[in-house]
Ligand binder design. Structure first.
Ligand code: NAG
Ligand code: NAG
Ligand code: NAG
Ligand code: NAG
Ligand code: NAG
Ligand code: NAG
Ligand code: NAG
Ligand code: NAG
Ligand code: NAG
Ligand code: NAG
Ligand code: NAG
Ligand code: NAG
Ligand code: CA
Length: 594
């Protein structure tokens, strides 16, 4: 879209450059040119940009590959600058905007998000902006530099929360990133004021929560968002990582990595055909939930070869490409001998309670768990070679959440889980939900502002996610439906949501990536492109393109995939019994849990 004329600004900024060569990225990739494109000082009240901090670095011939965008070779100018909030001391926020070559710019801006406790994912997602002809932004949240996570600055001292950092992580930094970025893109390419610069977002996990934080608060900020497996309902989500630990401690049984993996493998084998096609993928975890009895695994033989792995059991790590940065327990190297045995009744009971989700001692539901067939990452145990036994391996994200963010101690995990019961879990979930209700919880369900602004969001979630329960996304979708269209029939209300909010579950999909145990399921790699087509060309996606071998398109919730045997792809069917398995009643709460 950038014409030769729009580059006259480059000519004036870079005096030595001839008119003929002005169309190349290298001509405009200088700190002088970038400085001239910074938003004006009055543009964002309360923020002062440090113009002298501006840097510009040309990156060419960069080969990028991810499950989140088509493989590509890209070039860009990496512009960074810093700004501060007026009146705060020691406040410096860094932003990086990757700028595409002038001939590739398509009047678009894209923000990308973080993972785990990081507010950005480095260059994991940002190339997708360049690929769609956008200026592509990330922020450091003001935490120090692009590699510093929020937890490093969360405590001003023991027992004192750094609320500025918390609100920046919660939503404010992304708001500033997007507002400044769109203006910077407009200035950099001298886009006339009557031409629209479209604004988009892509992120998964914590990055998914960050995306929703913007939709819920700043309805007209993004025109379109591609959001995966959001870490929202934060107070519950972070404590939920302790589910395996507390189940195992309560039942006093710590399954070995091999026994857990065997239970998962048997679940996959039994549930794979329930969707109509035996292809190694559990496309209908709802049918698995309804029809598979974990007790059927009792007595089945397992064996695993000896391994040398770092940290804990090796089963607890996330599937490849997961964007949660999980802390290793000790970083040590421990040898695990060959394991042979049969699945025990205790092992099946652990898996059963794990999948059931947290209930308090009154039997009331406190939270959601993973779908059957998912890797039981949060149930990982650790092997003690001196006693030749398996024991507690406290979840990194769960342990740190309680120690640092609830107990406010500068500690990266809990020393133990002594005396921690299901009721303790309930207390912790409610404490986090209340304390961070307006910063991190991110479940505000009334999206009227976004809808009336014309925004579109495609929300995806791996149906075999092992780190954020798939049901968490379905529950939020249902909350929005109920709050916005509660008086309509179910079909009328999902049709109304279809106007601006579509949810797609990825069969077999793990946490923000395809699943090493169900690899032919694939992962959707062009969701941002699909959102752009929806926004700019009104092409609303009935199904979503996917990279799976057979599963090349995804069904839009509440429709569910079913292989009829006479086609070349799955049908998308309406199945009330299946829909009902995604309906949770959180009776441990007196108020709605959105
Ligand atoms: C920006 O573009 C407009 C036309 O859209 C042109 O009139 C103006 O001179 C350009 N400004 C600069 C600094 O190149
Ligand atoms: C681009 O990089 C590839 C390897 O990454 C290299 O083989 C090729 O020569 C490079 N091309 C240019 C034009 O620099
Ligand atoms: C952009 O520059 C910043 C600052 O030098 C650096 O930290 C970041 O890795 C760069 N990003 C890319 C994608 O080149
Ligand atoms: C589980 O299945 C995977 C293949 O997906 C295999 O590599 C692994 O050895 C199996 N684990 C057990 C315990 O049988
Ligand atoms: C599984 O077996 C346990 C005893 O080991 C029993 O308490 C439980 O009810 C059984 N579950 C089902 C679904 O039959
Ligand atoms: C474990 O089982 C495998 C085959 O299932 C066998 O090769 C191996 O010798 C067994 N190891 C032990 C220690 O029993
Ligand atoms: C802060 O808390 C941690 C964990 O409880 C403790 O190790 C550390 O000594 C405390 N720091 C201060 C300054 O009290
Ligand atoms: C656990 O409870 C027991 C009995 O009430 C108590 O003696 C012990 O100190 C508690 N441990 C911790 C770590 O709170
Ligand atoms: C449902 O209808 C009632 C009564 O007409 C009205 O007060 C309420 O706002 C409506 N709710 C929704 C979500 O439309
Ligand atoms: C809702 O729509 C589905 C088709 O998407 C249809 O099968 C079902 O019967 C409808 N339900 C009602 C109550 O009309
Ligand atoms: C497959 O055949 C069944 C039974 O004849 C029919 O109901 C269904 O619509 C067919 N599906 C496709 C995709 O043709
Ligand atoms: C979910 O279950 C509750 C309680 O059984 C019921 O009242 C509600 O209608 C269900 N929601 C849907 C969407 O079916
Ligand atoms: Ca299947």
């Amino acid at each position: 879209m950038a014409s030769y004329l729009t580059l006259r600004r480059a000519l004036t900024a870079a005096a030595s450059i001839s008119a003929v060569s002005a169309t190349s990225l290298s001509d405009v990739c200088s700190s002088t040119y970038a400085q001239a494109a910074l938003p004006a000082s009055s543009f964002y009240p309360g923020i002062t940009i440090d113009s002298s901090s501006t840097t510009a670095a040309l990156v060419s011939n960069s080969s990028v590959s991810s499950e989140w965008y088509p493989t590509a070779t890209i070039e860009y100018c990496n512009v960074t600058f810093a700004y501060s909030h007026n009146g705060l001391t020691n406040d410096v926020v860094h932003v990086s905007y990757l700028v595409p070559a002038p001939e590739n710019f398509q009047n678009r801006y894209v923000s990308t998000g973080g993972g785990g406790l990081a507010i950005n994912s480095g260059s994991q997602y940002s190339p997708s902006g360049i690929i769609v002809g956008a200026v592509s932004g990330i922020t450091d949240g003001g935490f120090g530099n692009f590699d510093t996570q929020w937890d490093a600055v969360f405590l001003a001292a023991n027992d004192t929360i750094n609320w500025q950092a918390t609100y920046m992580f919660g939503y404010q930094a992304h708001h500033e990133l997007a507002v400044l970025g769109k203006e910077f893109a407009r200035n950099f390419y001298n886009v006339s004021s009557d031409t629209k610069v479209y604004s988009y977002y892509q992120g998964c996990s914590e990055g998914g929560r960050e995306g929703w934080s913007q939709i819920q608060r700043f309805g007209d900020q993004f025109d379109g968002l591609a959001i995966g497996a959001p870490a929202f309902r934060y107070g519950q989500q972070q404590v939920n990582h302790l589910i395996g630990n507390v189940v195992e401690q309560t039942l006093n049984y710590f399954p070995s990595s091999c026994e857990l993996e065997k239970i998962m493998n048997l679940t996959i084998a039994a549930c794979d055909p329930m969707d109509g096609l035996t292809d190694g993928v559990v496309s209908r975890s709802d049918l698995c939930k309804l029809n598979f009895d974990i007790n059927s695994t009792i007595g089945e033989a397992y064996s695993c070869a000896a391994t040398t792995s770092s940290g804990s059991s090796g089963f607890g790590g996330l599937a490849s490409g997961g964007s949660i940065k999980r802390r290793q327990d000790d970083g040590s190297t421990s040898a695990i001998p060959a394991q042979n045995g049969t699945v025990t009744a205790e092992g099946a009971a652990v898996a059963s309670a794990y999948l059931d989700g947290f209930h308090n001692s009154k039997g009331e539901r406190v939270y959601i768990s993973y779908q059957p067939g998912a890797q039981m990452a949060d149930a990982a145990t650790t092997y003690d070679s001196t006693t030749n036994t398996w024991g507690l391996d406290i979840s990194g994200l769960g342990g740190e959440w309680v120690a640092r963010f609830l107990e406010l101690q500068d500690a990266s995990t809990l020393a133990n889980l002594d005396n921690v019961t299901y009721d303790t879990i309930e207390t912790w979930m409610k404490l986090g939900m209340n304390r961070y209700a307006d910063s991190l919880q991110t479940t505000y369900p009334d999206l009227t502002d976004f809808q009336t602004s014309g925004g579109k969001v495609i929300h995806i979630h791996g149906e075999q996610d092992n780190s954020i329960p798939t049901g968490s996304s379905v529950h939020y979708y249902e909350s929005v439906r109920e709050v916005m269209y509660g008086n309509a029939t179910y079909n009328e209300s999902t049709a109304a949501l279809d106007d601006f909010y579509r949810l797609f579950l990825v069969p077999g999909g793990a946490h923000c990536s395809s699943n090493t145990y169900q690899s032919s399921g694939g992962w959707p790699a062009t969701t941002l492109q699909t959102v752009i087509d929806w926004v700019e060309n009104s092409v609303a996606p009935d199904t979503l393109n996917n990279s799976g071998t057979v599963i090349d398109s995804l069904c839009r919730y509440p429709l569910r995939p079913l292989w009829s045997g006479n086609g070349t792809s799955f049908d998308c069917v309406y199945d009330q019994t299946s829909i009902d398995t995604w309906n949770y009643t959180f009776d441990a709460y007196k108020t709605p849990l959105y």
